[in-house]
Design a protein around this ligand. Structure first.
Ligand code: SF4
Length: 318
């Protein structure tokens, strides 16, 4: 299976008032063509920052200290903004949490689709119009021709997300980065959007990076999973292995948080993850870990191969 995207040893930090603070530590992951990689973890664990670095869409204060990001074999971290414009939105599309960050309320959905088709595909007139209508139909938007004339506010949250997916399809995107794409939607609409994402991935051979904190969505949609904690990947595994045989105590704790339908009690993970300004000694999870040992307070564990399907960073496996 060929890798369409490979992130290697990424280190990112922020220039804060009291100096540079590292937020992402040696993060490496890869995305295989036609597959879905889920990146999971609590808020602030670094999943969005790691992924936005692929699109070079980081906040101004963020700095990539080191690392490489290969897209189709080329290190795009060395690309200029001009070169990135040819990739961003065209080859690698983003489905954000809030679709209104990508849609302009002042223009019709049709105008916005035609604009990206002209920009990224160089098509105009009837040719561009046909591609636009077809892309809306591919994401099951009814009366696509009529909907071309509508403004974003006339669409529900779920329909707006479909429009964003349609834009990615209209540009023949190869990779979709979906950043918590269903968080703002109700449960039924969430399932519809995930079904559409799954369908377009299967039909058009897209590769997907799915950023989420919802392990239910991961179980149904991902092939591979990277679990992040405090800016590090602490477990990296095939989806089946992760759910059947989780290794890292943080992964186990996350899985325990999922409410068992027959249970009335939800287990929570006690404590808070460290902030980027905290000095961390040893394993970043040790203050919350039920299996913490002496060594965990002194030495940070490194990510290592446990079996063919999984890697974890935990002294329990030394
Ligand atoms: Fe827990 Fe130690 Fe493993 Fe960290 S290294 S997760 S503290 S057992």
């Amino acid at each position: 299976m060929s890798k369409i995207l490979e992130v290697k040893n990424l280190n990112i930090g922020f220039d804060l008032i009291d100096g540079f603070k590292q937020a992402i530590y040696n993060v490496s992951f890869s995305l295989e063509k036609g597959k879905t990689l889920a990146i999971v973890g609590e808020s602030g664990c670094g999943k969005t920052i790691s992924t936005m670095s692929v699109l070079q869409l980081l906040p101004e204060t963020a700095k990539i200290k080191s690392g490489e990001i290969f897209y189709n074999g080329e290190n795009i971290l060395s690309f200029s903004q001009k070169q990135m414009q040819k990739i961003r939105g065209k080859k690698i599309a983003l489905i954000p949490q809030d679709p209104m960050t990508s849609l302009n309320p002042l223009y019709t959905v049709g105008n916005q689709l035609l604009e990206v088709i002209e920009l990224h595909q160089g098509l105009k007139g009837k040719e561009a119009y046909d591609v636009a209508v077809n892309s809306l139909e591919r994401v099951k938007i009814p009366d696509a021709k009529e909907k071309m004339k509508s403004y974003p506010h006339e669409f529900s949250g779920g329909m707006k997300q479909r429009v964003i997916i349609a834009m990615a399809l209209a540009c023949n995107a190869e990779i979709i980065i979906a950043d918590e794409p269903t968080t703002a939607l109700d449960v039924t609409v969430q399932a519809q959007i995930m079904d559409i994402l799954h369908e377009v991935k299967e039909k058009y051979g897209l590769s997907v990076i799915l950023i989420t904190h919802d392990l239910g969505i991961v179980a149904q949609n991902a092939d591979k999973v990277a679990v992040m904690y405090s800016g590090r990947i602490v477990e990296y595994a095939d989806v089946e292995e992760l759910f059947k045989n989780p290794k890292h105590p943080y992964t186990k704790a996350l899985l325990n948080v999922i409410l068992d339908v027959n249970s009335t009690k939800v287990e929570t993970i006690e404590g808070q993850p460290p902030s980027i300004t905290d000095e961390i000694k040893g394993c970043p999870f040790h203050l919350r870990c039920k299996d913490c040992m002496d060594i965990c307070k002194k030495e940070e564990p490194v990510l290592k191969q446990i079996n063919e399907e999984s890697q974890t960073a935990c002294h329990l496996y030394d």
